[in-house]
Design a protein around this ligand. Structure first.
Ligand code: HEM
Length: 294
């Protein structure tokens, strides 16, 4: 029986930091892995921090051969879609996602993680995020309505017992910048048709357009995923950190293809109002697999 990293399912935290690292040289691989899997969270009950630690799939395969589903790979090339739309590939070697109840503890822990790996890996990308109006993204829509319940989420997000990489998860991390002026120039009815749900109460539209976001990512077609999206950014420059977990990479990859217009030829309307700036896949191994690296 393997145990998933608890931070995947730690809902309700209001402060987040996502640190992506690149090895300074290939020879530092094992020491980096040992260090990153040894980071310790503060133990106090109210001031704690959750960690999710992930590795570039090809790197994890070298570190722990056979402990990852066979077909999982990094975000190694851009998804080039219809009408000049593309999702860039910005894969890095490792990810530490920290979440907690307040940004000061996340900030201090993030700094200590960066210090711990100094000389082994460099910080390639840093993002932080925060909730907006309880459960909305910065389009103003409720985000996560079709997520599985927490009792269902492990079977959606985790490789099952008995397969390679059991209790591990494939994580897709993307930073999407919102084109706020264009989005807000739409009427609420037009926004609802782009999303496929109502804005006030997140009810799925009866006749949702084929290019609506929820039609293009329909889980009945592509399989279920578990999303932990959060808003990021400043008043002028902001968007969504897309954080999606799945037992199988192909569900996430097919959704991206579909959004880009590569499945039916119809591109997701949301991609006209948001722009992906980054894209990486990480394998998030089980707790037991991480402990073996220490
Ligand atoms: C700017 C980026 C994005 C924003 C603001 C966004 C927002 C939303 C919102 C508001 C919903 C409707 C409510 C809900 O069920 O959560 C939704 C649904 C969904 N989104 Fe996204 N999303 C984004 C990117 C993505 C990406 C990149 C994927 C897949 C890789 C994705 C997958 C899904 C799925 C699976 C659903 C539920 C579809 C269903 O009804 O079965 N989203 N998203």
């Amino acid at each position: 029986m393997y145990t998933p990293q608890a931070g995947i399912f730690a809902l309700g935290t209001s402060s987040h930091a996502y640190l992506e690292f690149d090895l300074v040289e290939a020879g530092k691989r094992d020491e980096f892995a040992a260090t990153i899997s040894s980071i310790r969270e503060p133990r106090t009950t109210t001031g704690g921090v959750n960690f999710v630690i992930g590795f570039r799939p090809e790197l994890w395969r070298e570190l722990a051969p056979g402990d990852i589903p066979a077909d999982v790979e990094g975000f190694n090339k851009a998804v080039v879609g219809k009408e000049g739309f593309a999702m860039p590939a910005t894969q890095h070697d490792g990810l530490v996602w920290l979440s907690g109840s307040a940004y000061d503890v996340v900030f201090d822990m993030a700094r200590s993680v960066i210090r711990d790996v100094r000389g082994l890996a460099s910080l390639a990308s840093e993002m932080s995020s925060w909730p907006y109006r309880h459960d909305r993204d910065l389009t103003g829509f409720v985000d996560g309505s079709e997520n599985p319940e927490l009792l269902e989420a492990p079977s959606v997000a985790l490789a099952p017992e008995g397969v390679a990489g059991a209790a591990g998860s494939v994580l897709l991390l993307q930073k999407w910048k919102h084109k706020t002026a264009e989005w807000e120039a739409l009427s609420v009815t037009e926004q609802e048709r782009a999303m496929g749900r109502t804005k006030a109460d997140s009810i799925e539209l009866e006749n949702k357009p084929a290019d609506s976001h929820v039609a293009r990512t329909d889980q009945d077609e592509f399989g279920d995923i578990f999303r932990r999206n959060m808003p990021y950014g400043t008043v002028e420059d902001h968007g969504t950190v897309f954080v999606g977990f799945s037992a199988e990479q192909k569900r996430l990859a097919r959704m991206l293809d579909s959004m880009a217009g590569l499945v039916t030829g119809t591109r997701d309307a949301l991609t006209r109002y948001t722009e992906p700036l980054t894209g990486a896949y990480y394998f998030v191994p089980s707790v037991e697999s991480l402990r073996r690296l220490r």
